[in-house]
Design a protein around this ligand. Structure first.
Ligand code: SAM
Ligand code: SF4
Length: 338
């Protein structure tokens, strides 16, 4: 292992792999209700292809993986991929980001295959509101999924809540209380403008992210928590990400804030993304992509493929321009992996 770093001397050791662009939900901030062009199956990387890329990336210094999507659990036999990746010596951490709908069914076999932990996206504990946000009535499946993940040791289970003013901000306190009563690890995520039909129409692109009417900054979210007591900074329980963590004195769970808009964390970004169709994406919020599938399928040598990966990292931008209104214009969040 040589260790990868980008032109700004950031070590890159974390690969986020989108295994599908398909999803069983349609969250308003991520996907339009309909009319999405899905990738033909032949364009999606096979598990063997993903494992080949990970083996090469691991030789270069990648040692942490996260599987995402779309919804990763809608891809058939995901457990087989987890087992293949867990077999790669240099990989010491495999995690999953999921909407949780199918987690009850797969948690145990994923754990056995080598998955370490899961993040579950959950924006409301109210059935009607959950349906308004995700356009599906699946809240109880998600809650059962969370319990199943905990029960089989996919710990810590982190709950990701995208906070939207006027939609679910009235639940901030309720989620925070669960860190005390249920030991939940909750992360509040600032809403990022992406290409969706989330109203108000046309607002998302080209305007400053913090002027979106549904946007709430982490500072404002934190202020709402004052009534529950004093939040004290704490160390991350696990993870490779940008969240800053806090805890109420009486809580066994933690509260994290992910602040892509109000306080970007690009200076410490350690990640590279692989899309479902095999494009390396050095930054979530930049449309710069490097195709790995074409050289892979045309028989490029391992050395050549490693060179493509290394070159992709050299194109990683210093920072994103979300606060200034620049975001991905080419892809939905579900097509990148969040
Ligand atoms: N389907 C899985 C899920 O929902 O967890 C994985 C993919 S999803 C794109 C990954 C993460 O991105 C989720 O936590 C989701 O809430 C977050 N996300 C999607 N669109 C977002 C947006 N516009 N702003 C902030 N977070 C977003
Ligand atoms: Fe699907 Fe996840 Fe996007 Fe929601 S956030 S639509 S669950 S990919």
């Amino acid at each position: 292992m040589t260790g990868l770093s980008d032109p700004f001397n950031r070590p890159i050791n974390y690969l986020r792999i989108s295994v599908t662009d398909r999803c069983n939900l349609r969250c308003i901030y991520c996907m339009p209700a309909e009319g999405i062009d899905l990738l033909p199956h032949g364009e999606i990387l096979t598990y063997e292809e993903i494992a080949t890329i990970v083996r090469l990336a691991a030789e270069l210094g990648i040692n942490k993986l996260r599987l995402t999507g779309g919804e990763p659990l809608v891809r058939a036999k995901l457990t087989e991929l987890v087992a293949m990746l867990a077999d790669i010596d240099a990989i010491d951490d495999i995690s999953l980001t999921t909407n949780g709908v199918l987690l009850k069914e797969y948690a145990s076999e994923l754990k056995q295959a080598g998955l370490k932990r899961v993040n579950v996206s959950l924006d409301s504990l109210n059935q009607d509101k959950f349906e308004r946000i995700t356009r599906h009535r699946k809240l109880s499946d998600v809650l059962q999924g969370i319990e199943a993940a905990k029960a089989c040791g996919l710990n810590p289970v982190k709950i990701n809540m995208v906070v939207m003013r006027g939609i679910n901000d009235d639940e901030i306190l309720g989620f925070a209380k669960f860190t005390i009563t249920e030991g939940w690890h909750v992360r509040f995520i600032e809403l990022m403008p992406f290409v969706t039909d989330n109203p108000p129409e046309g607002h998302s692109i080209g305007r400053k992210a913090n002027s979106h009417p549904q946007f709430m900054s982490a500072n404002e979210i934190k202020e709402r928590l004052n009534s529950l007591g004093e939040l004290k900074p704490c160390l991350p329980i696990t993870g490779n990400g940008p969240a800053k963590y806090f805890r109420f004195p009486q809580a066994s769970g933690t509260i994290g804030f992910i602040t892509p808009v109000s306080q970007h964390f690009c200076f410490s970004c350690n990640r590279l993304r692989l899309t479902a169709e095999g494009k390396l994406r050095p930054c979530l919020l930049s449309d710069q992509e490097i195709d790995l599938r074409q050289p892979l399928r045309s028989g490029a040598s391992p050395e050549k493929l490693k060179q493509v990966i290394t070159e992709a990292i050299q194109t990683k931008p210093k920072e994103h321009q979300l606060a200034q209104g620049h975001t991905s214009k080419k892809r939905l969040m579900s097509q990148v992996g969040g």
